[in-house]
Ligand binder design. Structure first.
Ligand code: XBP
Length: 243
C-alpha cells in the first residue's frame, strides 16, 4: 500500500469534545426548552453508544423516559438540537476546546508530504468547521479534501456510509487510506469501509473493545514502543505494511 490519505473522526479523536462540549450544550438546550432533562457525565457516557445528537435524544426520550415517539416529540427534539448546535458552536468558537496531542502536528506533516485529508463524522457540519477554524486557523477547513458529516450522510456510525462517502470523494482506495477513531462504533464504521484504523480512546471509550484496530494509542504524541517519542507518518506507513 501507499499511504495517500488520512481520514479523521472528529468528536473524541480530533478533540475531546463530548463531556465538556456536546454534553454541556445538550443541557443548555434542555434548559432553554424547559423540558426538565439533565445529562450528567455518567449518563452521557451511556448515551454516547448512540451516535448523533438527534438520535441520542430520541433514544433517551423513548428508552429512558418511556415517551411515545410521535411528530410532537420529533419536532421538540429537532428544535432542541438546533439550539444545542448554537450553544456548542459558541463554546468551540470561544477557543475553549483544544485538539488532542499530536493531531495538529500530524495534520501539518500530512499536508507537507502531499497526503490527502478527510473528515468522517456523524456530527453536524457547522460543529466541524467551527472546531477546525478555532483550533487550526480560518484556512484549515480548506486543507480537507472531503468533509463528511451528518449534513451529507444520514446513516450514523457504526454504519460505514460516511467513510464510503469520504473515500469516494477522495478517489482513494481504502487500502491506501488510514482512519483515526476513538470509539468502537467508529472503528466498526471504518472497518466496514475496509479501512485500517488507529484508535485513540478517550476516558469515555477506554474500556471498549478495539480488537479490529491496527494500533491502539493513548494519543498521537505517545509512541507505544519508544518512550518520549511521538508517532510519525513513517510509523503509520510501517504499521500499515504490517512491519
Ligand atoms: C460523535 C457524535 C455526535 C456528537 C453530537 O460524532 O456522536 O453525535 O456527540 O453531535 P463523531 P450532533 O465521533 O462521529 O464525530 O449533536 O451534531 O449530532
Amino acid at each position: 500500500m501507499t499511504l495517500r490519505a488520512l481520514i479523521f473522526d472528529v468528536d473524541g479523536t480530533l478533540a475531546d469534545t463530548e463531556r465538556d462540549g456536546h454534553r454541556i450544550a445538550f443541557n443548555a438546550a434542555f434548559a432553554a426548552e424547559g423540558v426538565g432533562w439533565h445529562w450528567d457525565e455518567a449518563l452521557y457516557g451511556e448515551l454516547l453508544k448512540v451516535a448523533g445528537g438527534v438520535e441520542r435524544m430520541l433514544h433517551f426520550a423513548c428508552e429512558h423516559l418511556g415517551v411515545q415517539q410521535d411528530e410532537t416529540l420529533l419536532g421538540q427534539i429537532r428544535r432542541m438540537h438546533a439550539s444545542k448546535t448554537v450553544h456548542y458552536v459558541r463554546h468551540v468558537a470561544s477557543g475553549a476546546v483544544r485538539l488532542r496531542p499530536g493531531i495538529p502536528r500530524l495534520i501539518r506533516a500530512a499536508r507537507a508530504e502531499g497526503l490527502q485529508l478527510g473528515i468522517a463524522t456523524t456530527t453536524t457540519r457547522e460543529n466541524v468547521t467551527t472546531l477546525l477554524a478555532a483550533t487550526l486557523g480560518p484556512a484549515a477547513v480548506g486543507w480537507f479534501d472531503a468533509i463528511g458529516t451528518a449534513n451529507e450522510i444520514a446513516a450514523k456510525k457504526p454504519d460505514p456510509a460516511v467513510y464510503d462517502w469520504v473515500l469516494q470523494r477522495l478517489a482513494v482506495p481504502s487500502c491506501d487510506a488510514l482512519a483515526f477513531e476513538d470509539t468502537r462504533n467508529g472503528l466498526i464504521a471504518a472497518r466496514g469501509a475496509h479501512l485500517r484504523c488507529i484508535v485513540t480512546p478517550t476516558t469515555y471509550s477506554v474500556d471498549e473493545k478495539f480488537d479490529e484496530a491496527l494500533v491502539v494509542l493513548e494519543d498521537l504524541d505517545r509512541h507505544p514502543l519508544r518512550a518520549g517519542e511521538h508517532v510519525t507518518l513513517d510509523d503509520l506507513r510501517q504499521w500499515c505494511s504490517g512491519i
